[in-house]
Ligand binder design. Sequence first.
Ligand code: AMP
Length: 630
Amino acid sequence: MNYKEFHRQSIEQPDAFWGEQSKLVHWNKPFSSVLDYSKPPFSKWFVGGETNLCYNAIDRHLATRGDQPALIFVSTETNTEKVYSFRELHAEVQRMAAVLQRLGVGKGDRVLIYMPMIPEAIFAMLATVRIGAIHSVVFGGFAANSLATRIDDAQPKVMVTSDAGMRGGKAVPYKHLVDESIRLSATPPSKVVIVNRGLDKDMPIVAGRDLDYATLRQQEMDTKVDCVWVESSHPSYILYTSGTTGKPKGVQRDTGGYAVALAATMKYIYCGNAGETYFSTSDIGWVVGHSYIVYGPLISGMATVCYEGLPIRPDPGIWWKIVQDYKVTVMFSAPTAIRVLKKQDPAFIKKYDISSLRHVFLAGEPLDETTHRWIEGELGLPVYDHYWQTETGWAILASQPGVEMSPTKPGSPAFAAFGYDVKLLQEDGTEITEPNEKGVVVVVPPLPPGCLTTVWGQDDRYVQTYYTSFPNKQVYSTFDWGIRDKDGYYFILGRTDDVINVAGHRLGTREIEEAIGSHPAVAECAVVGVADQLKGQMPMAFAVLKDSSIAETAEQRAKLEKEIMGRVDAALGAIGRPSRVHIISQLPKTRSGKVLRRSIQAIAEGRDPGDLTTLDDQAGIEQIKSAMAK
Ligand code: AMP
């Protein structure tokens, strides 16, 4: 079948299409209907069916491939390599599940996982869904304050953490941050399970609350924990993502729809087969880590690589060494990482035998043409750009070589993935049908299986945020601009809102502004994303002081800038830190008081600031121009 026909069927006959795909996973009890769309835009997939994500990821493979590799742990930080077979993974996950159960975690309870890239993090995720509980993994780079916000929203019963992670040879404390987040939280968990790696000798222990995982695990070495069968719509996890408000949204994922969608993507997009190895270079703290380090590969019976380390340490050949050593067939990475490698000696790629590798997928941020051509040329393999969001859990736009091979076009994530009825709309809601016209990328609901089912605990916010961008049209907005060329290839042109993308990580400028605004000297500020050669974008801040006399000298300004950056580090973590904090005396605003962020961004990128007719006072614009000129 060709791609067009495949996609048409997925949209026009969703019941037949997804009914067929549902056979890719195990159901303890069959579903009674494929889709319930009686309450738009909420959709329920595989209604009444009972399944379990962990069962599909592990137990189902025990009979056929129990002794084959399931989890390959490589840490270039601690010089560790360890391979877990499906059977060993099964045993470890049951131990972790037993520990969680003993601590009172049951169906529907939340478990917050704040962990470095070590096997126990993956055990914890799988153990949580095994017992019908809901995990919320928080990226290790987030600071205590961000962690506290997520604790208060998800209200976990238990947190699983580690004493420390390692980055570039240095220990990065985790447990210290957990303590701080619990101090800041209004609804802290009663128990904290610690995987102690012996990296932080000064780790404080709170008696009665903090528990050592190694000790607990010893008591459960042979404990069997059956999978808890859950209805298809039962939440499997919550994953927080930034938006335009200061408060991150808890993306809620179901169970059955997610399992089916991932299994289908392994077949039609990634073309990964059982018994092979999948290597995603992401982190379990991001959606790619959830879908393509943990669930997708395991559901399809592939071994997955859990890599703790940098792409260039001990040398820039490390990824290709992993490909060689573990016969990786499919790789998934991000454009920023490839740009980092591009700056290194390409001989490192040629040093290893990467003949097992069939293709590489990149996502998370725009892939520039030069980088795309460079990596395809160096590897001599197809490299596919594909486009998706935390919300969707899997690709919205992607080449689907498992359906039909189609040529790649540099800079394009290709076509709509099966199940997504993608359209481009003008801001007034008119559909764009002509090629090369810019519009907002939207998906006509129902969203396919596996996408977010709601915002955790806030159904209204789900509808309000994603479905109210256009007059009289209830469509899911991606908040990205795009165009479609005459051959049907899409190109993503950037966000329509104030969300920025730093090295593939989504940040809300609002959150950074709140952190800066918490500095007592700051009256108001604006943060914009500015194009960066390596990271795609970097936040840049412009702050107005309550009393400008405190920053008259260059020295005073530098000191203040450092303090303000420290505020961002403390609130969000270093990933949110602006490249610069420019101290100015006035922000450019419209007459109604709205900060002209797009004009600020244009000036910061050396572009024309555009239409300034709504500007209240020219002085604000001049301030930005002179700050940039310095
Ligand atoms: P996140 O939810 O953090 O993965 O961020 C999703 C956002 O990243 C999208 O809304 C896009 O703005 C951007 N993005 C993801 N993949 C791509 C891609 N292949 N090309 C361009 N932008 C992308």
